[in-house]
Design a protein around this ligand. Structure first.
Ligand code: XMP
Length: 514
């Protein structure tokens, strides 16, 4: 671990990664560990500060995620956030109960006490982001309240003697007006960290390491065409050239001309070794009649693994499997203790691959967040059209066609999505939104075209803005753009006669519909 780092203990919150990202953005190394690592493990990392994250659990329910009371004795500054705050109060002997008033979203917060470093420079009244339904009752005598809201008397506290702080709100979420200042106060004024995290030497060091490790062996990479897999391939290619073999599986569930685009960029522009496997029929037949989104994901994951295994056996002298794993994936997959209904979707479609293939793993981006991957990609001069591509989910169009899929529906979505893409470019909107796509509903409605009745599918336009894909808001776009997209799709795509715009944020919705 780098010197001067902040260790985040994750209790299963959707926001734990955002805390780490915000701290790294400030220039201090931050790393996330599951809450149940041992105290010795924590101490061995020599963190300058510890943050206890939020959680979908409540302290008073059966088997909540807890930590040893010893954490209160280790003399490293601690900041508890949301559940982390309640947990600290609980460890000091406090009582946590369901509160009468839930607080969700933007809330007025009032500072009661400035006699500490945490709220240095923060105005007495500000907006914070809340997400809780529990409260501290009987605050332990060692603790002192330093802030409240109209329905939560203890919205922030400090320990009277120790370097222990806690806030009920989420300073890591953008909606908290002075959240970054509070985090900075904690890491610089309280933990006394110095700025130590920048990506300047990352490329040079990583390429050298790969060269040494791989030596004269071969590396295979399951290439998805997304930013992470491009940057991974590019770095490894720089290190070992033609010893990298990329395998791209055309599932038939891709966007229009995706295969052609990938082939052009890899073969012509970057000179990668890439093999494109046509597996359209196989995916379509295994998904036949499947409606449940999680089943779709499982089936697709299984097919991927089996095709990839078969193809990789055809390449000789392979010793390494490269993956475009980024830090968010590492954190997600370590959260085995997550509450059952807090696992919203099983995103990691090819999770079982490494163990099955008995290959050594090469994951050069595994410590980086997405925005850091883009910075590296920029340094590598990877074309903008790749670096700023919107993400595309592994299960592809199968989760954008709600319910049962078939070739006809796939073609309809591909055509509609392509029109959307063109208009996003024409209106110069593409780079200002985070993800934009078309969904096809299994609902037909009545329309009228050229004086004739139509009875066709309804499609949904989903366009969102987000920093981290954990929370998102629908994009507020000009009506003439929306009208143009709607007119073109209805006129040019046979099969759709209605387009609706999804104006739900995440939460409570998710970005994809399945
Ligand atoms: P949700 O729908 O969970 O999406 O709000 C957040 C981000 O994840 C993408 N997504 C997936 N990516 N496999 C993936 O590789 C999946 O099963 C999957 N489901 C959603 C989604 O496109 C968005 O960028």
């Amino acid at each position: 671990m780098k010197k001067d780092s902040i260790l985040i203990l994750d209790f299963g919150s959707q926001y734990s990664q955002i805390i780490a990202r915000k701290i790294r953005d400030i220039g201090v190394y931050a790393i996330v560990y599951p809450y149940n690592i041992s105290m010795n493990h924590i101490l061995s990392k020599k963190p300058k500060g510890i943050i206890l994250s939020g959680s979908p659990f409540s302290i008073y329910e059966k088997n909540p995620p807890l930590i040893s009371k010893n954490i209160l004795q280790i003399n490293i500054p601690i900041l508890g956030i949301c559940y982390g705050m309640q947990l600290l109060a609980f460890l000091f002997g406090g009582d946590i109960k369901k509160s009468e008033y839930k607080e969700y979203g933007k809330t007025n917060f009032i500072i009661d006490n400035y006699n500490h470093h945490l709220f240095h420079g923060i105005p007495k009244k500000s907006i914070v982001w809340m997400s809780h339904c529990d409260q501290i009752h009987n605050l332990p005598k060692e603790l002192k309240i330093i802030g409240h809201t109209s329905s939560c008397y203890a919205s922030a506290f400090i320990h009277k003697i120790k370097n222990i702080y806690a806030v009920q709100f989420h300073p890591e979420v953008n909606h908290t007006e002075f959240g970054i200042s509070i985090i900075k106060n904690f890491i610089f004024n309280i933990c006394k960290c110095i700025i130590n995290w920048d990506l300047n030497n990352f490329l040079k060091i990583t390429i050298e390491k790969i060269k040494k490790r791989v030596y004269n062996k071969k590396v295979i990479l399951g290439f998805s065409g997304g930013v992470d897999s491009f940057v991974t391939a590019y770095i490894i290619h720089k290190a070992i050239g033609k010893s990298l073999h990329c395998i791209f599986i055309d599932t038939g569930l891709l966007l229009k001309q995706e295969k052609e685009k990938i082939s052009y960029l890899c073969n012509k522009k970057m000179n990668f070794n890439i093999k494109i496997i046509n597996a359209k029929k196989r995916f379509l037949s295994s998904l036949n009649g499947v409606i449940d989104p999680e089943k779709k994901r499982k089936i697709i994951g299984k097919e991927f693994i089996s095709i990839f295994q078969k193809e990789s056996k055809k390449i000789k002298n392979v010793e390494f499997l490269a993956q475009g794993t980024i830090y968010s994936d590492v954190i997600e997959s370590s959260l085995k203790y997550k509450k059952k209904n807090s696992i919203i979707k099983s995103h990691h479609n090819v999770g079982g691959l490494p163990t099955l293939m008995k290959l050594k793993l090469l994951e050069p981006l595994k410590k980086l967040f997405k925005d850091e991957v883009r910075k590296i990609g920029k340094e590598l001069k990877i074309p903008k059209q790749i670096l700023y591509r919107h993400p595309f989910p592994g299960p592809g169009l199968s989760i954008r066609i709600i319910g049962e899929i078939n070739q006809k529906k796939i073609s309809i979505v591909q055509k509609a999505d392509n029109i959307l893409f063109q208009e996003l470019q024409n209106y110069n909107i593409y780079n200002y939104v985070s993800q934009a796509f078309i969904i096809l509903l299994p609902i037909k409605t009545v329309g009228v075209m050229g004086d004739k009745r139509t009875y066709k599918y309804t499609s949904v336009l989903r366009i969102t803005n987000t920093e981290d894909f954990m929370t998102a808001t629908f994009s507020r776009l000009p009506y003439d753009f929306l009208e143009k997209v709607s007119n073109r799709i209805i006129n040019e795509v046979d099969g759709i006669n209605r387009l609706v715009y999804d104006i739900t944020s995440k939460p409570p919705a998710t970005i994809e519909w399945e």
